[in-house]
Design a protein around this ligand. Sequence first.
Ligand code: ZN
Length: 352
Amino acid sequence: MLLVTLLLLLTASPALFMRLYPPGLPTQFYRDLGNVIVDQMDLPSMPSPLREGHWPRSELRVGQAAGISVDLNDRPQVFHRGNVTWDSTSFNRSHHYQHRGRGPIRIATLLTLEKGTGAVLRSEGAGRFYLPHGLHIDGEGNRWVTDVAMHQVFKLPPDSDTPTLTLGVAFEPGYDDAHFCKPTDVAVADDGTIFVADGYCNSRIMIFNRDGRHLGSFGEREGMEFVVPHSLALEGAVLCVADRENSRLVCWNVREPFVQPQVVDLQVYGPVYAVAPAGAVLFTLHHGRRHPSALTLDLATGRVIDNWPAAKSLNQPHDLAVSSDGRTIYVVELTPARVVKFLVDPDLYEHL
Ligand code: ZN
């Protein structure tokens, strides 16, 4: 059974949040959730996503496929590792990358795909990255990527793979305001506020303004005790963290941090690798004991609406992304390295 519990949070840094987000009504969190729900479909009738069998139409040559997001033209963009794999030799005990001398991945690591066929439309990111991880595309089309070897976050504009903003210090893991340690994912609010999940060794969420000025962080000392915050989802003002090794989601209103967060216990499905919003629902990916799971959850209550039968065909899913209409879901896998497409409404696709 799914357990939904409420915990108190953020007792240690109220001053920070007072500056960041002036206090509003205590009920704002639930009001925001209600607004999301009004816009949405009838949840119980939502069909299970089904895998599209012949997609991509031709072989897509990627390495470990770590991140995926959908751009403003509804095209999936994939962030992958080329010929590099993350294994036990990649880092030493102090989290320093051990293969820096081999240079960056030479081939293009950021691919834009045609949504109908999966053909590669654009190839970018050659000679820039060492160990790609997360990819988030914001409301202006900027691509935010994380590199766990470089311990950095990069903002790439829609039309170029030359970063316009870089956060963190190259190849220097750390725990202060200027350093990350294997950052996993990024979410950017409409006002430009940047949230970084940091990450494999610092279990905290860091906050920056749109210019990259550090505003604060949370999660490491306030009793939340994240264990590998691995993926972020931002729907309106509601930010959800996939707290991977705790097998749970932690969601709250970033404008009203004093309101209790909602903690969704998903232990029965295993560690949660990815979370993505689609209006009133959230989609999640899990590595269970027997096989992976993909779930559809009601954002307002945390209730599991669906455990997709088709997700049992996955092996090692790592991230997922949803089209703007919520009816196409892309999943990337590390092994086998691939992109898998699911359709929420199969009637739209006669070849299934
Ligand atoms: Zn990962």
